[in-house]
Design a binder for this molecule. Structure first.
Ligand code: FAD
Length: 315
């Protein structure tokens, strides 16, 4: 086993802040991928502050001014396509950084609540920007399809290009409507928890739709699409980031499934509630007079029961 790392599993955060006298703390640990930290005047750091309680109540957030003693930039990591000295993602070590109670964001132990609240809105915001990104790539794709002629006709006349364009348009419009519905639900309920699966789905779709549309747009531009004379590199990177930032797609997929499954119940008997013999018994019981079946109702109920070995869901 390697050393525990947070990332998709914030329950194993190792960055810690411990009490150091009344009203004071000391912060120790490393943070990977602190976006734009090199330009920031303060950092928001989540750290474990109480190991005696479950982690969801034992982590706190601090606002740490950049000039505090003990903050060391290990390096600024770049994203793919960045030059080595262009990193925007701070890899930071906090060594006995002095903190005060007044540096706490919210109360001690509130970090997960604050993070969930921030992530709810943040993920929908990612999705909103992704709608715009996909639409931009799509516009570029359509313009190119009409402009570039090959084998005697514009790309736009080729059926496979038309299929790609129609498919991208369908995806974008479905995605746009889904994001709008999610935003509407958030406004309606004023509670991110109640629309967890919708939020997880917008984030999931953002990755899928933007990656697909941008990839197709690049492809349709041929060599020009892969050149550094177009902005597709930046777009593709943003698209790929959507599958990781604020939690990877797999984790959101699991959230969707769990939330949806909560709305269902296991069947009490051996067979599913839609097992046809059980439905027949129920139908005969309920609709016998309308069905105009020959013979008495009891005979049909008895007949239907024979089809249904465990006798559940009969009425
Ligand atoms: C552009 C960018 C900016 C970021 N900015 C910040 C920031 O400012 N502050 C900050 O704190 N963090 C930031 N992050 C970090 C981000 O929150 C993490 O990258 C993310 O939570 C995933 O953690 P990880 O990178 O450690 O991946 P890992 O946890 O190592 O996961 C790697 C892969 O494993 C798979 N995986 C993980 N968990 C599961 C699972 N449960 N089921 C199935 N498969 C799974 C997925 O394919 C996943 O992509 C940023 C990340 C990116 C890409």
């Amino acid at each position: 086993m390697t050393e525990p790392q947070g990332g998709s599993d914030p329950k194993v955060f190792t960055c810690r802040a411990h009490r150091h006298g009344v009203g004071s703390w000391r912060l120790n640990g490393r943070k990977w991928f602190s976006s734009n930290a090199r330009w920031a005047s303060f950092f928001i750091v989540m750290a474990v502050t109480d190991t005696e309680v479950p982690i969801y109540d034992g982590a706190s957030m601090f606002i740490v001014p950049r000039e505090r003693a003990g903050i060391h930039f290990i390096r600024n990591t770049g994203l793919i396509f960045d030059a080595p000295d262009e990193g925007s993602e701070g890899y930071i070590e906090y060594r006995d950084v002095p903190l005060n109670d007044s540096d706490l964001l919210g109360g001690a132990g509130d970090a997960f609540k604050i993070a969930q609240f921030r992530l709810g809105g943040g993920r929908v915001h990612h999705a909103m920007r992704s709608v715009g990104l996909a639409a931009k790539a799509f516009d570029m794709m359509c313009e190119r399809a009409l402009s570039r002629t090959t084998q005697g006709s514009p790309l736009a006349d080729k059926q496979m290009v038309q299929a790609a364009i129609a498919d991208c348009w369908l995806q974008i419009e479905q995605f746009r409507l889904f994001v709008l519905r999610t935003a509407w639900k958030i406004d309606k309920y004023g509670d991110y928890k109640r629309v967890r699966e919708d939020i997880a789905a917008t984030k999931n779709l953002a990755y899928r739709v933007v990656t697909d549309v941008v990839t197709k747009a690049i492809h349709l531009h041929g060599s020009l699409g892969l050149s550094n004379e177009m902005s597709f590199g930046e777009m593709l990177r943003a698209a790929l980031a959507m599958g990781i930032v604020d939690g990877p797609s797999e984790v959101h997929t699991v959230t969707i499934a769990k939330q949806i499954l909560r709305k269902y119940e296991a069947t009490p008997g051996l067979f599913p509630t839609s097992h046809l013999p059980a439905r027949v018994v129920a139908a005969v019981n309920k609709y016998h007079s309308q069905l105009q079946l020959p013979g008495p109702k009891s005979a049909w109920v008895e007949y239907a029961r024979k089809l249904q070995p465990d006798g559940t869901h009969a009425e």
